[in-house]
Ligand binder design. Sequence first.
Ligand SMILES: [Zn+2]
Ligand SMILES: [Zn+2]
Ligand SMILES: [Zn+2]
Length: 429
Amino acid sequence: MTSQLPVPNWTQEYIAANDFPIDIVSSDARGRYAIAARDIREGEVVLRAQGYAAVCTQVCRKEVCSGCFQAYSLGVLGLKCDACSMAFYCTLECREKSFDLHSRFECTFMSQIAGMAAGKAFDKAIADIDAALGVQESGAASYRRMQDLERTGVQSLVRWLLGVCVRGLIEEGGLIPTAGALPTYNAVLELVPNENCLPQDERLKLEGLYIFFSNLSSKPAKRSRKKADASPTTTLKSLSQFMASTMTPVQVSFSELFTARFPQPIDFIRIICIRQCNVFGLWDAESECLGQSFFPAASYFNHSCDKNLYFDQTMKLVPSSEANKQNPSEQDLAREMESMDLNSVKLEDDVEASNTRVFAALQRMPVLVFQAKRDISKGEALTHCYVDQSLEREERRAALKEEYYFDCDCDRCIREDNQTGDDGSVDGK
Ligand SMILES: [Zn+2]
Ligand SMILES: [Zn+2]
Ligand SMILES: [Zn+2]
């Protein structure tokens, strides 16, 4: 007998406030899931889910605007933050709108991520972690646990963690004025982590990553010794309050922020497990994953290989000529870049105005709009397909098992099982 999962408070309130035709119910067999609260017509909007901590991958950072999350298909975006070279923008307007969020909350950390150990130093850090985890094997096998980690992959993960940590700071600092307007950190923590499904090897690897991130930046960001006392780093609460009250960019290192948010490896493992089963990839038309985001309200749609919802995402692939139409010419841009000292802009503004701009920047994160693929009756489970619905039965089954840890028994799977009978290969190994 399993215990009933708690009601997801934030999502319930968000659904009610926006009058979406969704009820969230709970059963032992299926966990918590969304059903139609009334009859829904084909094409009707069922949910508009706001993104939480959307980030682009490290590899795609030059093609994805960090402000509006549109992706550009040709070449590198022309505008970036010169301080960290990690955030790229499609237009001056996008860079402007993101300035307060980026310069106060992200840029210092982004610089630390950009400066992460590379080459042999990275390999050594990874080998050290294996040693710390007590891996005894000698020679090549000593890289066993962490060997498939790539620097860009780790950087993408850090970017994502930074997104989560920074979002938490902003929220706890009171910069999100309207309750329910945007998903909260609690809305994410309310999602099911499926920690029990995590294979032991993966768990050990995550413990290794925890060590790595806790020591990513052993020396804190440039900090004036004199001001050190005034920059509280001990608790998240004091740090977030400090950040909300000053225009000074954040004064702690990524590792300090990381360990404040995730005091123990288990805290980190939990958010990674939540991510595993709940994060949405931000894809372009060519099925490349350009980034990731939580959409907490959308996490209660169960899977079906014959989904009754479809969604559109705002991350579209735009030819870069489209962006350049709105932009000044390259020469104008070069001149503008030279004359613009990003670090001095707006610093004279008052912090309340800046806080409002930070909130506005967060509202520009991607939104997923779910619509009914066909007429849906009241009480029917609302579903979308977690994997590519056009895949064959066995491919879907394998992908669902690997990424989401379950065997699909939806109507379509059962139908196809019955159709194929025994001639499908049962065990290829
Ligand atoms: Zn943009
Ligand atoms: Zn920057
Ligand atoms: Zn299925």
